[in-house]
Design a protein around this ligand. Structure first.
Ligand code: PLP
Length: 368
């Protein structure tokens, strides 16, 4: 690798290339992925994939693999629309909601535009801003860990990203705060609702009528289909049409299309039972943490954020006990913290034991 003036060369005879300045300082998304007995780092489902989705995918391997998927997933969009309470033309599906967030930044932002987002939040907001040559404007949360409507609006950006329940803090944006942002933001507001099911929220239903709001949802979390990579965005037809232009056809595979369709129709009662279980375990886990002297942030999602004094050390100590959690260093307004996905109650009891043992074994590392 060269180190002069941004010129990267890749060996003898190579003429090299100049990386885009907008990508300087970015690195490829990287989370440690060596196998671990208890995976509680990525907020996926502890219950596996929903049963009808599994059957549909297995059948699809026989029937559908030789052909392209449908161009714009009409049947799946209609089924999602029925689930959310909108119409099929107000829904677009993609390869995970990540792809759709990327489409929105690309379709709605002109290079050089600024994008405001609450901070801390989903790391991809900043990444998609940068990769699309937009300027990220991080707006710290309020002391109560809510989105700061005054500061977000003062930034006067044409794109505003908010996340509710927010990853990684877990809290919902207060209703008056969100209403104000939606009413007064000068441009389009992207509302990331990846964890809506766990909060019992459905802001997506209001997106089409609002006209300058897009709500992003996913099959990766409550629906247990992270490996299938299906997400969707809900909004006014005119906005959806802009996003369709930049997405292009066929990004949801035929098999994933079948699985998501089965999940959002036949499997809904199964998904609802899983969500109820997660919410119940989340409450018990948070209570138990507080009993142990930790101070988890209130969560409406399928994870909790726990401030600690040294997240790297805590993450390594839990990893040594075969438990993977996500550690964050120096989150604005919070400091170091662990984000732990809610699994089964058995899983969470293992975590509680490991946390107590870690604290007792390393007196220098305590809960902050
Ligand atoms: C997990 C997550 C997503 C991404 O979901 P995919 O559909 O798997 O791409 C989007 N937003 C937030 C806040 C998430 O936590």
């Amino acid at each position: 690798m060269g180190d002069e003036g941004g010129l990267v060369t890749s060996g003898e005879g190579s003429r090299g290339f100049t990386p885009r300045a907008a990508l300087a300082g970015l690195r490829a998304y990287d989370v440690e992925s060596a196998p671990c007995a208890l995976e509680l780092a990525d907020n996926t489902s502890p219950f596996g994939a929903p049963p009808a989705a599994l059957r549909a995918m297995a059948a699809g391997v026989g029937d559908r693999l030789a052909r392209y998927p449908t161009t714009y997933s009409r049947e799946l969009r209609d089924a999602i629309a029925a689930y959310v309470g909108v119409s099929g033309d107000e829904v677009m599906v993609g390869c995970g909601s990540d792809e759709l967030l990327g489409c929105a930044f690309r379709a709605l932002g002109t290079p050089g535009d600024r994008v405001a987002y609450m901070d801390p939040t989903f790391v991809m907001a900043r990444v998609f801003a940068q990769t699309n040559s937009l300027l990220p404007v991080a707006v710290p949360l309020t002391a109560a860990h809510d989105a700061d409507a005054d500061a977000l609006l003062a930034a006067a950006t044409l794109l505003t990203y908010v996340c509710t329940p927010n990853n990684p803090t877990g809290g919902e944006i207060a209703r008056p705060t969100l209403d104000r942002i939606l009413a007064e933001a000068p441009g389009v507001v992207l509302v990331d609702e990846a964890y809506a099911e766990f909060a019992g929220a459905n802001h997506a239903a209001a997106a089409p009528a609002h006209e300058r709001m897009l709500a992003f949802r996913t099959f990766s979390k409550a629906f247990g289909l992270a490996g299938a990579r299906v997400g969707y965005v809900v909004g006014a037809r005119a906005l959806i049409a802009e996003l369709e232009k930049v997405r292009g056809p066929f990004t949801v595979t035929a098999l994933s299309e079948s699985a998501a369709l089965a999940a959002v129709t036949t499997d809904l009662p199964w998904v609802e039972r899983c969500v109820r279980e997660v919410r119940e375990v989340r409450g018990r886990f948070a209570d138990a943490l507080r009993d142990e002297g930790f101070a988890p942030l209130p969560s409406a999602a399928n994870f909790v954020l726990i401030p600690v004094d040294d997240a790297v050390a805590w993450g390594a100590a839990l990893r040594a006990r075969d438990i993977r959690v996500r550690h964050f260093e120096s989150l604005p307004g919070i400091g170091d913290a662990l984000r732990i996905t809610i699994g089964t109650w058995d899983d969470m009891q293992r975590v509680l034991m490991a946390m107590a043992a870690t604290r007792d074994a390393r007196p220098a590392v305590s809960h902050a």
